[in-house]
Write a protein that binds this ligand. Structure first.
Ligand code: FAD
Length: 473
């Protein structure tokens, strides 16, 4: 009887992205016998292999180059015209990814998590098949299961991504040449980050966006400022309110046809098109029917407030379920499910999951946008502070952008913080802590912020929100 030899686990996690591997670690910490199944040979999922980490590695490299070309002289540093060695840039990125993925292997060993390499699929609610690359199969038995299979790049209807000239973020992180003219479909986070990389190292970049603003989910002022700065510093060309109708690739040329909203068609020709219109949940091959796990209308695994699926021993987390497609959201959900399985009562405040765009200037936000507050009829006060009034920003020549604090009109509780400027990706943590503790704008105003730091701008914006008493504007 084959089942006699089946290894049995308390919990099995399918997918090793930031949701899955963090869930595995927390389950193991809490004493569960834990298995993790990953179909690719390296752990870490989208985030470590083809997402957050490699994109930030290339953003950092390209930023150094941009500064060498455009800003060193002003600082009094004279260098001969620097050149990009794309092969080395990509090689360094691969090294960063490898080190990070190897780190996950170490963590799995340290926590005594059994890692299976292969495609996980449900045989039943409690039996999972693992199909290896060579076609061999293994079965394991599990008390609970967590689906953490993440997402894949989406495309537009009728547009085929050939991965050569019409590419996704995955290929954009592994280019062998610098595009002469990169056309990006979608003015969201991924498109703007990768667009920045190539614009900085010499590509002409055009962004075609269906909406009237960039990074549409974020506070409107942020997208507007980002568009202005990307136009000014990187010469990025924007086609807003344009609906892409077709993308045709012929030889080395790609043609994008779009409707400009006035019924007129425009044609943009380039040598690469990056499809950056979002990502879709990935559940292929899981055999969810066999476990009784349902999907929602948008193809995500349906979960309740406890992240439990329609099968009572199976949970789902991260990009494959509803909510922001962010690595740290997936991580929080991994911990949340593990702790529930251990009988604890964890909580996630989704309103306090920050969103960051790693362009330069960086964009970062937490809490409610002005648009959301208006829609809900909540009365609020606004305070803002421009980086051009910050001594620290002047010293580093990073004077674009601002910080905006939204506080409740009567209670002064901070309801949202929206920033665009230098190092705001790191600065937003202060706002998250403040809001977690239900701080008022007055609280931030009265805390000492080291001088000179970029963080003083948050204090100044809070002062501005509380009776227009900013000290440096
Ligand atoms: P994933 O990371 O997608 O991992 C899912 C894993 O499951 C994959 O490894 C997959 O191979 C595996 N899998 C799928 N099906 C099976 C199966 N049947 N059997 C076994 N294994 C399976 N987020 C941020 O917060 N910050 C950023 O800066 C950021 N930058 C990004 C940049 C880019 C270019 C991209 C594409 C994404 C970026 N993201 C960023 C988003 C982030 O990568 C995702 O939100 C995050 O990876 C989701 O984690 P996850 O664990 O849900 O799934």
């Amino acid at each position: 009887n084959k089942t006699l030899y089946m290894e049995k686990f308390d919990v099995t996690i399918i997918g090793s992205g930031p949701g899955g591997y963090v869930a595995a670690i927390r389950c193991a910490q809490l004493g569960m016998k834990t298995a993790l199944i990953e179909k690719y040979p390296t752990l870490g999922g989208t985030c470590l292999n083809v997402g957050c980490i490699p994109s930030k590695a290339l953003l950092d490299s390209s930023e150094h180059f941009h500064n060498a070309v455009h800003n060193f002289k002003e600082h009094g540093i004279e260098v001969k015209a620097p050149k990009v060695n794309l092969k080395q840039m990509i090689e360094r990125k691969r090294g960063v990814v490898k080190m990070t993925c190897d780190g996950i292997n170490f963590l799995m060993k340290k926590n005594k998590i059994t890692v299976y390499t292969g495609v996980g699929s449900f045989e039943s609610k409690t039996v999972i098949n693992i199909t290896k690359a060579d076609g061999t199969k293994e079965q394991i038995e599990t008390g609970k299961a967590i689906i953490a299979t993440g997402s894949k790049p989406a495309s537009l209807p009728g547009i085929e991504v050939d991965k050569k000239r019409i590419i996704t973020s995955t290929e954009a992180l592994e280019m062998t040449e610098i595009p002469k003219h990169l056309i990006i479909i979608g003015g969201g986070v991924i498109g703007l980050e990768l667009g920045s990389v190539y614009a900085r190292i010499g590509s002409k970049v055009s962004v075609v966006e269906f909406m009237d603003r960039l990074i549409p989910g974020m506070d409107a002022g942020l997208g507007k400022e980002l568009q202005r700065v990307m136009k000014k510093d990187l010469k990025v060309e924007f086609f807003m309110k344009h609906k892409v109708e077709s993308v045709v690739s012929k030889g080395k040329e790609v043609t994008v046809t779009a409707d400009n909203g006035k019924g007129e068609k425009i044609e943009i020709k380039g040598d690469y098109v990056l499809m950056a219109v979002g990502r879709k949940p990935y559940t292929e091959g899981l055999n969810l029917e066999k476990a009784g796990v349902k999907l929602d209308a948008r193809g995500r695994v349906e979960v309740d407030a406890h992240l439990k699926t329609s099968a009572d021993n199976i949970y789902a987390i991260g990009d494959v379920v509803v909510g922001a497609m962010l690595a740290h959201k997936a991580e929080e959900e991994g911990v949340f499910v593990a702790e529930q399985l251990a009988g604890q009562k964890p909580h996630i405040d989704y309103n306090l999951i920050p969103g960051v765009v790693y362009t330069w200037p960086e964009v970062a936000a937490v809490g409610q946008t002005e648009e959301q507050l208006k829609e809900k009829g909540i009365k609020y006060k606004v305070g803002s502070f421009p980086f051009k009034a910050s001594g620290r920003a002047r010293a580093s020549m990073d004077t674009d952008g601002f910080v905006k604090v939204l506080a409740d009109e009567t209670t002064d509780e901070i309801l949202g913080v929206h920033m665009i400027g230098p190092r705001t990706a790191d600065m937003i943590a202060e706002a998250v802590v403040a809001m977690e503790y239900k701080a008022s704008a007055e609280d931030i105003s009265r805390m000492s912020h080291a001088h000179p730091t970029f963080t003083e701008s948050l204090k100044e914006a809070a002062l501005d929100a509380t009776g227009k008493r900013a000290l440096h504007i």
